[in-house]
Design a protein around this ligand. Structure first.
Ligand SMILES: CCc1cc2c(cc1OS(N)(=O)=O)CC[C@@H]1[C@@H]2CC[C@]2(C)[C@@H](O)CC[C@@H]12
Ligand SMILES: [Zn+2]
Length: 263
């Protein structure tokens, strides 16, 4: 699918913290969400994700995270509502995490770090015909962010955790089907923050409407440990590097307003 074309972004070096700010960037991500500075917007609608588990196709270790990819050639797994004017198609989800449970998320809430963060990446299928096109446009992408905390085992996540050893090395791909990404959303998806930002990995394009869930999900320590067993490096490389700390440094708000869907 468009989302899973094989070129791997060479700038995704494992210890990549990337340019501090993309050239000419004034809406970069991630950011710290200052709760008291966010502005309640009563016009924000409920978010309506509608995902078809049958569109799930594969898992790919791209040398920076592992991506669970969805067939985005038809309007089967979509996201509408919330701050979005158009219909968006799910193309992949992935995570960012730390080497310890003390850090790992990209966004923070009043400087609070979480051990990991889920990103569900969607592109505007009303305005563009494929992901690579939308990724270059201001209203091209919508990414749902969900914070992970260490607690009870996440039953839905376990199916994914069980296949991760099959994509241990960079550039490995394994078939993965019938996974409903909705099982990774928190029970309450009506309370979220939203702001205009960017991808946090190359191409760092300022194409993203971010929708960050207020409620986190819980995963077990052992489940997150399996994420850390993945490698940044390919099977051929002599020195293997653990895939950990794959998050970008926080970027300045530069005058942007973060809106909240709740008071
Ligand atoms: C791993 C985090 C990651 C990978 C990718 C994107 C975004 C990603 O994370 S984030 N945090 O949402 O910015 C958007 C561009 C995608 C890339 C994966 C590889 C591609 C799909 C290329 O094949 C073409 C466009 C690329
Ligand atoms: Zn991400």
């Amino acid at each position: 699918t468009a989302c899973s074309s094989k070129y791997v972004l060479s700038a995704l070096h494992p210890m990549w913290q990337g340019p501090l700010v993309a050239p000419g960037g004034n809406r970069q991500s991630p950011i710290d969400i200052r709760v008291r500075k966010s502005v309640f917007d009563p016009h924000l609608k409920p978010l309506t994700p509608d995902y078809d588990p049958r569109t799930c196709s594969q898992i790919w270790n791209n040398g920076y995270s592992f991506l669970v990819e969805y067939d985005d050639t038809t309007d089967k797994s979509t996201l509408k509502g919330g701050p979005l004017e158009d219909n968006f198609r799910l193309c992949q989800f992935h995570f960012h995490w730390g080497e310890s449970n003390a850090w790992g998320s990209e966004h923070t809430v009043d400087r609070r770090l979480f051990p990991a963060e889920l990103h569900m990446v969607h592109w505007n299928s009303d305005k563009y015909s494929r992901f690579e096109e939308a990724v270059m446009e201001e209203n091209g992408l919508a990414v749902i962010g969900v914070f992970l905390k260490i607690g009870k085992r996440h039953e839905g996540l376990q199916k994914l955790v069980d296949v991760l050893p099959a994509v241990r090395h960079k550039d490995s791909v394994v078939e993965f089907t019938r996974f409903d990404p909705a099982c990774l959303l928190p029970t309450n998806i009506d309370d979220y923050w939203t702001y205009a930002g960017s991808l946090t990995t190359p191409p760092l394009t300022e194409a993203v409407t971010w929708i960050i869930m207020k409620q986190h999900i819980e995963v077990s320590h052992d489940q997150l440990a399996v994420f850390r067993s993945l490698l940044f490096t390919s099977a051929e490389e002599e020195v293997q590097k653990s895939m950990v700390n794959n998050f970008r440094v926080q970027q300045s708000l530069q005058g942007r307003t973060v809106r909240s869907s709740f008071t």
